[in-house]
Design a protein around this ligand. Structure first.
Ligand code: HEC
Length: 741
């Protein structure tokens, strides 16, 4: 009951406790620190944002109440931290007045969280651009305090006091996946791992292609680097789930991986992770069955690595419907009883919630028949899929020609209508085929990384959803391979053949018409590069046939410098013979010439659920296109890469608005927008809130030119061309003016 009490206290009450108060809630720990032994009643408190997504329960929740509904309008920028051209979308961690984040040139920095002054900055190129956050570990014997992070597919640590790399802690994540490490596309994810006591819990991002590696979850000892356990999301032939696949799935399939955030029930020692689709994402003829544990919420005993329970939200996925948001922990009241619960939002647009211990659904979920019409020859579709019956979807799951955005001018609108009429559509889970097929929500729709939050005290869950469809169409294509012994050589050969004519033999391009590709990895993530290169953007043609390992090779060359050029030769994976055609589709995100959703706005929405009753209590559009021609309509952006939420004890939500270049404060009870503060650049990541010496702060990462490339040729906006000198990507920190507190 400590939690409820704390929910009603203000920070000022807390300040009077001259103790180290550790408030344990159902959803994790809040550390409220006050120095011991100083003058009682006057010593200011620090309130931490102790991990990625705030708490072990990934709630995005802070108990702070200093910034409230009546004074939020007085918020001002307190300080900023400029990271130049580098793009960081970090949800920073703040511990005892120190903020840790990834900053300039891929460095990691420790800042005074009250002033932004650098305490230390590490050597550059520690982390990849667009990393989503870091992990912090203090050993149980208190002898070590470290920042734990991914670096070039390894796990490394730096000393939290000095910023120096710990030389003897180095885990190669490509090893141990029962594949020749040289054939592994990629392993590390850009979402930070989770720490439980001296155990590190690690997901992966092995890619979504033919030949991608298995998406095992692994636990490592933070002291020794030893593997503690490895959980197979794709089974060996003797494991019980093997019957949900074809023969020997680990040899041929990959994915079923956790590429986003995870959460931990601290006191019970349970790890919660959502997994993605099994590869290849859109064609499952070679993986007959439900494909367990792809698209699952997994509850794993951290001490043993054994599965406690699971829930699969999409059986035999052929839509790339990764369960890609972080599971959030909270406590709900069910028929007068408190239930410790976990919820996870899907790309399907559904929110799924369970008793955290038993895995029993909090509200009914039923298997319903789904479309079985035209599909790929040999595809064994699941006859049913799970549908929550009480928790309403948070985005649209069906569209008609009437839903096409009335603001799109003619003749484009008629063209979109005509295209829409040719699409196959039998409802959600319409199987893809060789004919253009509507996918609603699209695979970039619904929920994604960083977009879910919970108020563990009030029993609420908030979801920021993307509300746009996609169009899938499978076609046979023959993969292209480069020549040579190592990735750099093969990449160079692919580059010279396909790209050098425009971007120059040396990657320097011929600006302004043909941009330089030197340093492009600082502007776009590998995922965005892949999307962009597959789709093209007039006059640049798309290159859908450069995929899988060949794409890795190409990017190794294009991003030259990050992967060492003396990397050992990478061999072809078994079963991926050169020249053998494969079924593929692009992601088919459907945007118009403005680069916006083709359907009626809003293209992104924020939804509040009361998890005690299962009711949706409100829904509002997030962000807006200022140039949208119909006045009074807030459009949303339809973009997934920025809408994280901070939930405060005072009943506020802070949500970034990327296009408007604003941070908004929303009244949690009603969805009413109370304040919108200007940002110098576009918000790009999940904000965080914390207090130092009794002053509450909200921090949000912001950057220029960060729109996602979209896969419809001729419509993308990739990085506004700004010269490096004018680029001031930065962390922006808001607080109340000293006098107003
Ligand atoms: C016919 C000329 C042409 C070819 C061939 C071509 N590109 Fe491009 N590329 C362009 C143009 C023009 C742009 C700028 C598009 C825009 O943003 O309007 C571009 C943009 C890009 C960008 C985005 C750069 C940024 O900073 O936003 C990347 C990445 C890229 N190309 C990679 C490649 C790769 C890799 C290949 C070979 C597989 C390739 N291109 C082949 C013309 C070409």
């Amino acid at each position: 009951m400590k939690t409820r009490m704390f929910g009603n206290l203000t920070l000022r009450h807390v300040l009077t406790w001259s103790v180290l108060a550790v408030l344990s809630t159902a959803a994790g720990l809040f550390l409220v620190r006050a120095a011991l032994g100083k003058e009682s009643g006057k010593e200011p408190a620090n309130v931490d944002w102790a991990t990625y997504e705030a708490t072990q329960g990934a709630t995005h929740y802070t108990p702070l109440t200093q910034i409230n509904k009546s004074n939020v309008k007085d918020l001002k920028v307190a300080w900023t931290y400029d990271i130049g051209e580098s793009v960081s979308i970090d949800n920073p961690i703040i511990l005892d007045g120190i903020m840790y984040l990834s900053g300039r040139d891929g460095s990691i920095a420790a800042l005074d969280a009250a002033t932004g002054k650098e305490i230390w900055i590490s050597e550059p190129k520690m982390v990849t651009a667009r990393q989503r956050g870091l992990a912090f570990w203090e050993s149980t014997d208190h002898s070590k305090r470290r920042i734990v992070f991914y670096r070039a597919n390894h796990i490394r640590q730096i000393d939290a006091a000095t910023g120096k790399l710990v030389p003897d802690y180095d885990i190669d994540l490509k090893v141990g996946l029962e594949r020749d490490p040289e054939t592994v596309f990629n392993v590390q994810t850009v979402s930070p791992p989770r720490v439980w006591h001296d155990t590190l819990l690690v997901g992966s991002a092995p890619g979504e292609e033919y030949g991608s590696a298995v998406g095992d979850l692994r636990a490592f000892d933070l002291n020794t680097g030893k593997l503690v356990w490895q959980f197979h999301t794709i089974p060996t032939p003797d494991e019980p789930t093997a019957k949900t696949w074809g023969p020997n799935p680990r040899a041929f399939h990959g994915g079923a991986n956790t590429w986003t955030g995870t959460s931990v029930d601290e006191s019970r020692g349970i790890f919660y992770a959502g997994t993605g689709a099994s590869t290849y994402d859109f064609w499952g003829v070679d993986r007959p069955g439900d494909n367990l544990y792809g698209d699952c919420l997994l509850a794993i005993d951290i001490r043993t690595g054994k599965l406690l329970w699971h829930f699969q939200d999409v059986h035999h996925d052929v839509w790339d419907y990764d369960l890609a948001s972080t599971p959030v922990l909270f406590t709900a009241k069910s028929r007068g009883k408190s239930v410790d619960a976990v919820a996870i939002a899907g790309k399907t647009g559904f929110l799924y919630a369970f008793d955290r211990v038993s895995g029993k659904p909090l509200f009914p979920i039923e298997e319903r028949p789904v479309p079985q019409g035209e599909h790929m020859e040999g595809e064994q579709l699941s006859p049913t899929q799970p549908f929550p019956t009480v928790l309403k979807p948070f985005v649209r799951q069906s569209f008609t020609v009437e839903d096409i955005d009335p603001a799109i001018p003619e003749p484009e609108r008629s063209e979109i209508q005509a295209r829409f009429r040719t699409l196959r559509w039998e409802g959600i889970f319409t199987p893809p085929s060789t004919k253009p097929t509507l996918e609603a929500p699209g695979s970039n729709g619904g929920a994604n990384f960083g977009t879910t939050a919970a108020d563990p005290v009030r029993g609420r869950v908030y979801v920021a959803g993307v509300d746009i469809p996609a169009v899938l169409q499978l076609a046979k294509s023959t993969p292209q391979f480069g020549a040579g012994n190592n990735p750099m050589e093969r990449g160079r050969s692919l580059y010279q053949k396909n790209c050098a004519s425009c971007h120059g033999a040396d990657r320097a391009g011929h600006p302004p018409t043909f941009p330089s590709l030197i340093g492009v990895s600082g502007r776009l993530t590998n995922e965005e590069l892949v999307d962009f290169i597959h789709a093209g953007k007039a006059p640049m043609p798309g290159f859908p046939n450069i995929a899988g390992q060949s794409m890795t090779d190409l990017l190794t060359y294009v991003n030259n410098g990050f992967t060492p050029s003396d990397a050992p030769p990478r061999r072809q994976m078994k079963g991926l013979a050169e020249g053998e055609p494969r079924w593929r589709t692009d992601y088919g995100y459907w945007y118009d010439k403005r680069g916006d959703g083709v359907m009626r706005p809003p293209w992104s929405v924020l939804t509040a659920y009361d998890m005690n009753t299962g009711a949706q209590i409100w829904q509002i559009p997030v962000d807006s296109d200022p140039e949208y021609p119909i006045k009074g309509i807030k459009t949303g952006t339809g973009d997934t890469n920025k809408v994280g939420i901070v939930v405060t004890g005072s009943g506020l939500l802070f949500v970034p608005e990327d296009r408007l270049k604003k941070l908004m404060a929303v009244e949690a009870d009603t969805g009413k927008v109370l304040w919108e503060g200007d940002l110098p650049e576009k918000a790009v990541g999940v904000p965080a809130a914390y207090a130092v010496h009794g002053r509450e702060y909200v921090v949000v990462p912001a950057a220029s030119g960060t729109s996602r490339p979209k896969s419809k040729p001729g419509t993308q906006t990739v990085g506004e061309s700004k010269s490096p000198a004018s680029v001031h990507n930065q962390f922006v920190v808001f607080a109340l003016p000293e006098a107003k507190r």
